[in-house]
Structure formats: C-alpha cells, structure tokens
Ligand binder design. Structure first.
Ligand code: HEM
Length: 253
C-alpha cells in the first residue's frame, strides 16, 4: 500500500466549488479497485490549504492502473481546474510507526482485562472437558491451558503481549492444532460453549463488543480447523493477530 498526499492552495472564494468538485470526483475513487481509501482535509489555521490523502494498493496501481483505467477521465474532468494549485503531489511509504490512539478502549480493556479473560477460559474449559463431542480432544490438556488461552485472547484483543513473550507466540499456538483434524461440528461446539461461557461470566453484552468478539472467534476457529487438517501447510511463523472494533466502535454516551 502507498499513501499519496496532494497539497492544494485554494483561494477562499473558490473553496466551496473546490470541495463540491472533489465531492463529485470522489465517486470515481469509491469504485476504483486500486483505491483503498481517500480523505480531503482542510487546514483550520490557514483555510486556503487542503490536503487530499489517497491510499492506493501500490504506486503502479495508481499510476498505471487508475490513470490508465476506466474511471480516470471522469475523475480528472472534475478536478482539472485545480491542478495548477497543487503545491505537492507525492507518494509516501508507510513506516512501522502507526497505531490507534487512546481515545477508544481496546476490546481487552472493555472486556475487563486479564481477570475477565481468565474467568472466561476457566468456565469455558470446564464445559469443554465435560462435553462428549470435544472433551476427548482435550483429555490430556496441560492444566495451565485455560490460562494460556486467556493470555492469547488478551493479547489478540489489545492487552499485554504475554503470550508472545512467555509462551512462544503464534508458532506455539499453531503447533498445538496441527494434525488434530478438527471437524466442523467440533468447531461449532467450541464456539457455542465459548459463547455460553461468555454469558455465564458476564462478558460485556453490548452489540458492539459481542460483534467484534464473535468476529475474531469465528475467524480463529475456522483457521484452527483448516490448520488442523492432515494436508494443511499454514505459515509456521506469524505475529499474534490483533483484533479491533471493526466497523462498530463502542457506544460511549
Ligand atoms: C479462536 C479459536 C482458538 C483459539 C484462540 C485457540 C487457542 C489455543 C491456544 C493458545 C492453544 C495453546 C495453549 C498453550 O499455550 O499451551 C491451543 C491449543 C489447543 N487447541 Fe485451540 N484455539 C482455538 C480453536 C480451537 C478449536 C476450534 C479446537 C477444537 C475444537 C481447539 C483445540 C485445541 C487443542 C486440542 C489444543 C491443545 C490442548 C492441549 O493438549 O494442551 N482449538 N488453542
């Protein structure tokens, strides 16, 4: 991915028409398969300055794909009047320095932190061990297993990276699933018992939290099933995934 920044200096008298033109041109970005996202911002300190930020799938996709593609003519027709007012137009590569700020709590914090996830997995694995369909898979599980899975979930949902530091991270989790040949009914039961446990221990029940939580569990269990099949060849090294709120951040009054 590559980020394009275009800085414009627009006379105040033209500002309204400039924004309207970009409003129309944006329809072309919205359907261009090379465009990831776009945003036009206006400087509050010196309102004649605008910055258009467009994230492209790659610089080539922008320069060849978009500019040579079916949407460019309509896009350019809307904004060509303003090309001479461009002060900078460059592609920037993202660096590792990026992330979310502290204005939105992590799912980990929202859930109640390490204690909440430990309570969840303790209740969950008691159900798992008593279950006739998936209990046998866990018959020889390490007594620390509920705690380790709580560490994993905490890290995934934005808590401390203890599973990575103390337990071997993704690689260790992955090898525990290899060759287990988990079936779809077993996966479903795992999910269903976890959701029962979430209700029982009182994990937050707001739609936003549960949607994000369930989204990860659905994703994770489907990967666990796929990776556990005899012919699977998943990547052996990867970071622990980080799951966020997605399209529905927490509702805060
Ligand atoms: C989101 C989904 C899942 C997550 C986050 C998850 C997480 C984990 C983790 C972190 C471990 C290793 C614990 C350690 O450090 O020792 C593990 C092991 C294991 N998982 Fe999963 N798992 C998931 C889905 C499943 C499913 C669907 C099944 C089977 C129905 C399953 C069966 C097992 C088994 C049998 C082990 C080995 C337990 C032992 O013998 O100690 N997992 N899982």
């Amino acid at each position: 991915m590559i980020v394009e920044y275009i800085r414009y200096r627009i006379d105040q008298v033209d500002a309204e028409e400039f924004e309207a033109a970009y409003g129309r041109a944006a329809a072309c970005l919205a359907v261009a398969p090379q465009c990831v996202e776009y945003e036009l911002t206006r400087c509050v300190d010196e309102p004649e300055w605008y910055i258009l930020r467009i994230v492209w799938t790659s610089a080539d996709d922008h320069l060849q794909g978009f500019r040579g593609g079916e949407h460019f003519a309509a896009f350019f027709a809307e904004i060509k009047l303003y090309v001479r007012q461009i002060e900078e137009m460059r592609h920037y590569k993202r660096t590792a320095v990026r992330g979310a700020g502290g204005s939105v709590p992590s799912l980990y914090e929202w859930a109640g932190g390490a204690e909440a996830f430990e309570g969840l997995t303790e209740t969950f694995y008691a159900k798992v061990l008593a279950d006739e369909l998936i209990g046998p898979l866990f018959a020889h599980m390490d007594p620390g297993h509920p705690k380790y899975v709580a560490m994993w979930l905490s890290e995934v949902f934005g808590g401390p990276d203890r599973y990575t530091r103390e337990r071997g991270g993704y690689h260790h989790m992955l090898i525990q699933h290899l060759g287990k040949a988990i079936t779809e009914p077993q996966r479903r039961r795992w999910v269903s018992l976890l959701m029962d446990a979430a209700d029982e221990v009182g994990l937050p029940s707001d739609p936003e939290f549960r949607a994000a939580f369930t989204g990860y569990i659905e994703w994770g269990t489907r990967l666990a099933l796929a990776n556990s099949q005899p012919n699977a060849s998943p990547p052996m090294q990867a970071p622990v995934p980080h799951w966020g709120w997605g399209v529905a951040p927490p509702y805060v009054r």
